[in-house]
Design a protein around this ligand. Structure first.
Ligand code: ATP
Length: 234
């Protein structure tokens, strides 16, 4: 029996009123992949991520996660997927320990030990108020909560944009070590080549609401090298 893909999308179209954001989009992402969604502003990355996360309702087409349609998914199934939005808003009035205590009962798979490990790794203080944290610390806190929920699929919308490079690198290493250890699938939208080089093994290009190319990064590199070789003078 073949294992279902983490993500399988067929003929997905999405409109906001008269604005067509996605057009007949097809996409598959294998389980365990770290997948980058690339595309110009307005290409449809956020819309696609929100549809995968179940935040937007599927208007037309089919979206399955690990073989189950998002249209008929139970709450318990959805709790295995985490979504970190662009510029995610956090409860500024809470201390980190309060935020963790708030998140824990929302996820039956919450892993308090993993949360504690990540707190140490990211050098976060459980007593610190979220409102007094730097942007990098807030992202660490958001990632801590997303990972401690043990997501089978983690969806992230431009999580590191505008972030200090050393903080970004620390977050990426924490993310990859944790998701890699557990075999979780990660889908991240980005505009940043350094992030792609550092963290992903698959890349998909979104253009005008459709996936243009979707392939393992190594395969794209090979193709690019071959084209370069063919075009090289002499
Ligand atoms: P960016 O990189 O700028 O975040 P994106 O690739 O994530 O862009 P989307 O945010 O998914 O793209 O937007 C796709 C298209 O849908 C754009 O033309 C956008 O203007 C439009 N759009 C997105 N959200 C809405 C909305 N709530 N109402 C109307 N149009 C929208």
């Amino acid at each position: 029996m073949t294992t279902p893909n983490a993500v399988a999308v067929q003929g997905l179209s999405h409109r906001y009123g008269r604005k067509q954001a996605l057009r007949d989009l097809d996409l598959t992402i294998p389980e365990g992949a770290t997948y980058a969604l690339l595309g110009a502003n307005g290409a449809g990355k956020t819309t696609l991520l929100r549809l995968l996360a179940g935040i937007e309702r599927v208007q037309s087409g089919a979206v399955s996660l690990f073989g189950d349609s998002v249209r008929s998914m139970s709450l318990a199934q959805r709790q295995r997927f985490s979504y970190v939005a662009e510029g995610q808003e956090l409860p500024t009035w809470m201390r980190l320990e309060q935020m963790e205590a708030y998140c824990a009962p929302l996820y039956p798979t919450w892993d308090a030990q993993l949360a504690a490990q990540l707190r140490t790794r990211f050098d976060l203080d459980s007593k610190q108020k979220i409102g007094t944290m730097s942007r990098g610390q807030c992202m660490k806190a958001a990632l801590l909560c997303a990972l401690a929920s043990r997501p089978r699929l983690l969806l992230m919308d431009e999580p590191f944009t505008g972030m200090d490079v050393s903080v970004r690198d620390e977050l990426v290493r924490g993310l990859l070590d944790t998701s890699g250890e557990h075999g979780w699938t990660v889908v991240v939208s980005t505009h940043d080549i350094a992030e792609i080089e550092m963290m992903v093994d698959w890349v998909g290009f979104l253009r005008d609401g459709r996936i243009d190319v979707s392939a393992p990064l190594e395969k794209l590199r090979e193709t690019y090298r071959r084209v370069e070789f063919t075009l090289a003078p002499g």
